[in-house]
Design a protein around this ligand. Structure first.
Ligand code: IVH
Length: 703
């Protein structure tokens, strides 16, 4: 690999050949440094070659190939990221936390595989970065997208091209027609420390941890900024593949990736059985702090591809893989006060105000106590020393108090009787754990603010620049009450606000205008109907196709929507029968909010649409719920009784009268394997992921 850079064979008499030679040499050095972890030249030497190539390309622009290392410096800023639909959804992983979880996982797997007594697993690290999909066509990197919601991500190709660990062109002779490489973008710990030093020196905001730094750097609209951030990449998965046979195992896939010039982490192993998994976990646990990057656990994947296929998927995670997480990070601190927060649905949440404490890479000053019962159960008092836990991006929580260190003057928390914001009575229904402000949207400005913030949020109407603080000001100054008022805002009203220059006001107005063109799913989600999260909103949009059909839906019709039960159906119905809400919807439509009616209908493939399934008896590996979930995810319906309308009866052991009835009616009967095969041919063994990679936007740098 070591090249003699100045050997007489270097054809420096011919600039075309010289440029090709420099390109190859620099790409080889990048590969040695970032992929093989074995630098082949000193930095200064690399820089010299790089400058020579830059000079040659400047003089002869036609020389500049798309895989030239000089093309990694970033380009013109983008106005926004485009959306990219993943051809195959990017899934998430199930989690295990202790030895029992791992033993149970191994048992589930080997039971489901039947005859296999000991299963081989590929073990690797769970990197704490951002999942990314790299699309290569005929060996050339053509597109890179974030995971997003698993089905749709953001096109970050320009940024990804600046990452020197990622080859712009694949190596070797087994290059596929199409290849989706999946893996993690991350930042090494020492690069993170250097970046924060630079931020400090420049008087800029520091990043909380390497993950946020990586996320912030990757979500830059200006790729020239990304180019200055030392990002890395490790490949660990695959999406689409065409033109080459799928390798027979996960370890073979990673070996092939290495041969293609892709970076694969060397901390990996193939082990056998639960004992092998636990040994890998312990070994990595011991060495974790010495690794140059942050990890939050390890990942186990059944090694053989045929076995992976046999195991399939449960909802949005593969049954053949598991993340074994390290224990969440915890720290001790003192509760200085317990206050309550009012959420957008009026929910009153007790929040502990803490003496600042550094845990899991960030300083925590508030932690949720969830609800009144939790405070009592954990017996947390003001003045107590408590254990605070922060796991990943989850909101920090108070785990327990340390009773020995309770001071004599520790005070108990008392749930207020009146809303601290609007003074309305706080009520708690008998069968609910949550106390709520009874003021509602009209009386309670906290609910109004929360509702408006939700409406404007990225996953709802995505009104860029209309941040939480701006909404607070607008509500406090009584400029706006409902989301419809947002669309009546004028330049003067906005420009009068604190810290609002005319230019920013114009930007907000432009963002409001842009938000008018949306999707039905985003609109429904933005309304903030209780129990209607993003997934349910998409489901409602898909099912009804247009808003009027949803507005007119009866409870029975709502219950026909996949995943919607009586509680959600009633909540939707109650929302759309309230005249105030109906008026709001009309005002929003009148303001010009629109979407393609019928668009969003095909959010998910629905290969089993119109098929009615009845489940009976005990299936060998799937629970009823799991089977039902898989069927519903593919668009099928699950019913409780067999009739002429039934398409399939899925029967396990000890199936009784339903099986007999199906036989007598001539309904098709499937066993579990038959169901899985049906889902597989329908392309639905990988149900689309619906969860998000939550990024704390407040920790991210804005471009
Ligand atoms: S595999 C089919 N392998 O974990 C499973 N994921 O919860 C797809 N992650 O979004 C993921 N290290 O960001 C896989 N070695 C690894 C991983 C890994 C980190 C992240 C990834 C993904 C999340 C899944």
């Amino acid at each position: 690999m070591q090249a003699d850079l100045h050997s007489a064979s270097a054809p420096d008499n011919d600039w075309r050949a010289r440029a090709a030679w420099l390109t190859a040499a620099l790409n080889r050095h990048n590969h040695a440094y970032y992929v093989l972890d074995d630098p082949s030249v000193p930095d200064a030497e690399y820089d010299k070659l790089f400058q020579e190539l830059q000079a040659l390309e400047a003089a002869h622009p036609e020389l500049q190939g798309s895989d030239s290392p000089t093309q990694r410096v970033g380009g013109k800023p983008l106005p926004q990221f485009e959306q990219v639909r993943h051809s195959i959804p990017m899934l998430s992983l199930g989690n295990g936390f202790d030895d029992d979880d791992i033993v149970a996982f191994d048992k589930r797997v080997s039971d489901a595989l039947g005859l296999v007594p000991e299963v081989d697993y590929a073990c690797e690290l769970k990197f704490d970065g951002l999942a990314i999909n790299l699309r290569y066509e005929d060996g050339v990197l053509v597109e890179a997208a974030t995971r997003g919601d698993g089905s749709t991500g953001e096109n970050v190709t320009a940024n990804i091209r600046t990452i020197r660990a990622i080859p712009l062109r694949l190596h070797g002779d087994r290059v596929p027609r199409v290849l989706d490489v999946r893996g993690e973008v991350l930042m090494y710990k020492d690069d993170f420390a250097r970046l924060n030093q630079r931020q400090r020196d420049a008087g800029l905001k520091e990043f909380a941890n390497p993950r946020n730094a990586a996320a912030g750097s990757l979500r830059q609209l200006d790729s020239r900024i990304t180019a200055q951030r030392a990002l890395r990449f490790f490949a660990y998965g695959i999406g689409m593949l065409e033109g080459v046979d799928m390798p027979p195992s996960h370890s073979a896939l990673l070996d092939w990736y290495m041969a293609l010039g892709l970076p694969v982490c060397k901390e990996r192993a193939v082990v056998t059985g639960a004992a092998g998994l636990l040994e890998f976990f312990r070994d990595i646990g011991v060495r974790r702090s010495q690794l140059p990057y942050e990890i939050d656990g390890v990942v186990y994947k059944v090694n053989r591809l045929d076995q992976q296929l046999q195991l399939g998927f449960v909802s949005r995670a593969p049954r053949f893989a598991l993340a074994h997480k390290f224990p969440a990070q915890e720290a001790l601190t003192v509760v200085q006060e317990i206050e309550v927060q009012v959420g957008r649905t009026g929910a009153i949440t007790p929040v502990a105000r803490l003496a600042p404490v550094f845990v899991g890479g960030v300083t925590v000053t508030n932690a949720t106590l969830h609800n009144e019962d939790e405070v009592r159960r954990k017996d947390i008092r003001i003045g107590d020393t408590v254990i605070v836990r922060r796991a990943g991006d989850v909101i920090p929580e108070v785990v327990a108090c340390v009773p020995e260190s309770r001071p004599a003057d520790a005070r108990e928390f008392v749930m207020p009787v009146a809303c601290p914001v609007c003074g309305s009575e706080i009520v708690r229904l008998e069968d609910e754990s949550i106390a709520r402000c009874s003021g509602g949207w009209i009386k309670c400005s906290a609910q109004r603010k929360g509702g408006l913030q939700h409406f404007a949020s990225r996953r709802a109407m995505d009104i860029e620049g209309l941040g939480d603080q701006l909404i607070e000001q607008l509500v406090d100054k009584q400029v706006i009450t409902t989301p419809a008022d947002l669309y009546r805002l004028g330049l003067t009203a906005l420009a009068e606000l604190d810290r609002m220059a005319e230019k920013s006001a114009q930007n907000v107005l432009a963002a409001l205008e842009k938000s008018k063109s949306t999707t039905l799913a985003r609109f429904i989600y933005g309304l903030g109907i209780r129990h209607v999260g993003e997934a349910t909103a998409k489901e409602l949009a898909r099912h009804f196709g247009n808003l009027d059909a949803l507005l007119a839906a009866t409870e029975e019709q709502l219950l026909e929507v996949a995943d919607i039960g009586p509680v959600v159906a009633r909540s939707v119905l109650a929302f759309f029968t309230d005249p105030l809400n109906l008026e709001l919807v009309e005002q929003l439509r009148a303001a010009g909010i629109h979407w393609d009616e019928g668009a969003g209908v095909e959010i998910k493939p629905r290969p089993l649409l119109g098929n009615i399934f009845v489940l009976t008896g005990t299936l060998p590996t799937l629970s009823r719920d799991e089977a039902a979930q898989m069927i519903e995810a593919a668009g099928g319906k699950v019913s409780g009784s067999v009739s002429k309308k039934t398409t399939y009866v899925v029967a396990g052991s000890d199936a009784g009268s339903k099986l007999a009835k199906a036989e007598s009616l001539g309904v098709s009967i499937l066993d579990e394997a038959g169901l899985l095969a049906l889902l597989h041919t329908a392309g639905m063994d990988a149900a689309p992921a619906t969860d998000d990679v939550a990024i704390e936007t407040s920790d991210l740098e804005k471009p």
